[in-house]
Design a protein around this ligand. Structure first.
Ligand SMILES: [Zn+2]
Length: 396
C-alpha cells in the first residue's frame, strides 16, 4: 500500500452515508483497501474529521471570459432578463467576452475557479462549452477544460454545448444545421467531448431541435444530457429518458409522467440551487423526485450570468433548505449521484475506484449540507496524490 489513511470515513457508495472507523488504503492511484483492519503501508496518515470521496460537480460552465456584475445589479433592481438579453446582454455578452480572451487567459481564469471548487473538496468537474458558438471557439473551450485535468488540477468530464443559444444575428434554423453538420462532427473528431448538452427551453432550443441535435450526438458516440424545464416544460425530461441520457438538469418545471420516465431510464436529476436563487425562482420539490425514485444530484451551475458560485457545499446546503432534500440526500447529491450524472467513476469510496478523496475537519459528514457554505477540505487527494487542503479545526 502506498498510503493508508486512518480515521472516520463515509463511502457514499450504494447510498451508504453512515460513518465507519477504519482505514482507506491507496495503491497505484486507486483505493486498494477499505475496512476496520490496518494493512502495511509506506505512509500512514491519521485523520481528524471525516474522509469522503472527492466531491463531484456535475454541472458547470467553468470556462468563460468577462463578468456580468453590472447586469446582475440591473436585474436585482427589477429589470427583466429578456430586456437585457435583447440589448446584447446575457449569454451573448459572455460569448463576446470569451471570444476576446486568449486561450491562456481562459485557462488561467478557469484554473482559478477549479482551485476554488477543489478547496471545497471537489475532485471531479463536469465542464461545458457553450460560450464559443462556432466550431473553432467551441473547440477552444473544450481544450481549456481538458487542460485542467492534464495539469492535475481536477478530473474533468467535458460536454459540448454548442446549442446554448442562437448567436446574435444568426438565423436559428441555419445555426441548428451548423451545430449538427459542422460543430458536432468536428468536436467528435477531435475527441474533446464526452457528452453533448442542449439548452431546451422556451428561451432557447425547441424540443424538436433538441431531439435532432442529441440524435446526431448519440450517433457520433457521445453520451447525452440537457438543460430542461428551467422555465418551461417542453417535454425535455421525457426525451432524455427516451434517449437514455445521463442526466436532466434544472427541472423547475417537469411533469409527473416525465419524472416516471426518468426513473425507469435511470436518468439522474441535477438540481441547481445557485440558478434558482439568482433568478429568484420557485425551487423544485425533492418529494416529487423521491416519491418516484428519481436519483437527485446537486451542481453548482458555475456560470457568470445565473450562478456565480464555486462553492458546491453551499449548493448542497441550499438544496436542503429550498428544495427539501434530506442532509443525506444532499451528501449523495454531490458524491455518488453526481458521479452517475457526470458519467464518471467518481463520488464513492470503493476498492478499485480512483483514490480521489476529500478529508473534511468535521466528524459528521452531513455537516457539509448543514453549514451554509464555506466548508473547506483539510486535505484533497487526486489519484492518491495530495493536491490541496490545509489542516484546520471544524467550524461547526
Ligand atoms: Zn447550466
Amino acid at each position: 500500500m502506498d498510503l493508508l489513511l486512518q480515521g472516520r470515513y463515509c463511502t457514499c457508495d450504494a447510498g451508504d452515508v453512515s460513518v465507519h472507523e477504519g482505514y482507506v488504503g491507496v495503491a497505484d492511484g486507486r483505493i486498494a483497501h477499505l475496512g476496520p483492519n490496518s494493512v502495511p503501508a509506506a505512509e500512514v496518515v491519521e485523520v481528524d474529521g471525516c474522509i469522503l470521496p472527492g466531491l463531484v460537480d456535475p454541472h458547470t460552465h467553468l470556462v468563460f471570459g468577462g463578468t456580468r456584475v453590472d447586469e446582475f445589479a440591473r436585474r436585482m433592481a427589477g429589470e427583466d432578463y429578456r430586456t437585457i438579453a435583447a440589448e446584447g446582454g446575457g449569454i451573448a455578452r459572455t460569448v463576446r467576452g470569451t471570444r476576446e480572451a486568449t486561450e491562456d487567459e481562459l485557462f488561467e481564469r478557469a484554473a482559478a475557479r477549479a482551485r476554488a471548487l477543489r478547496a471545497g473538496g471537489v475532485t471531479t468537474v463536469e465542464v461545458k462549452s457553450g460560450y464559443g458558438l462556432s466550431t473553432d471557439h467551441e473547440l477552444r473551450l473544450l481544450r481549456v477544460a481538458r487542460r485542467l485535468q492534464a495539469e492535475g488540477l481536477v478530473r474533468v468530464t467535458t460536454s459540448f454545448l454548442g446549442a446554448h443559444t442562437v448567436p446574435p444575428g444568426r438565423d436559428r434554423a441555419s445555426y441548428v444545421d451548423e451545430v449538427c453538420a459542422e460543430q458536432l462532427p468536428a468536436v467528435a473528431e477531435a475527441g474533446l467531448a464526452d457528452t453533448c448538452d442542449v439548452y431546451c427551453d422556451g428561451v432557447a432550443f425547441t424540443l424538436a431541435e433538441t431531439r435532432r441535435i442529441l440524435a446526431v450526438a448519440r450517433d457520433l458516440g457521445l453520451r447525452l444530457r440537457a438543460h430542461v424545464g428551467q422555465f418551461d416544460d417542453l417535454g425535455g425530461a421525457g426525451l432524455l429518458a427516451e434517449l437514455g441520457a445521463l442526466s436532466a438538469d434544472h427541472l423547475e418545471a417537469v411533469s409527473d409522467a416525465d419524472l416516471d420516465a426518468m426513473a425507469s431510464a435511470g436518468v439522474v436529476a441535477v438540481l441547481l440551487p445557485g440558478a434558482w436563487r439568482t433568478l429568484r425562482q420557485t425551487p423544485p420539490r425533492a418529494e416529487r423526485f423521491r416519491e418516484r425514485g428519481v436519483a437527485m444530484a446537486v451542481g453548482s451551475d458555475l456560470n457568470p450570468g445565473t450562478s456565480p458560485t464555486a462553492d458546491l457545499g453551499l449548493c448542497a446546503a441550499l438544496a436542503v433548505r429550498d428544495a427539501g432534500l434530506t442532509l443525506e440526500e444532499a451528501l449523495l447529491g454531490v458524491t455518488a449521484n453526481a458521479g452517475r450524472a457526470a458519467g464518471v467513476e467518481a463520488g464513492a469510496l470503493r476498492v478499485g475506484a480512483p483514490a480521489d478523496l476529500a478529508v473534511f475537519p468535521f466528524a459528521d459528514p452531513r455537516t457539509l449540507a448543514y453549514a451554509l457554505g464555506g466548508s473547506r477540505a483539510s486535505a484533497v487527494y487526486l489519484g492518491g496524490t495530495r493536491v490541496a487542503g490545509e489542516p484546520s479545526a471544524p467550524l461547526w
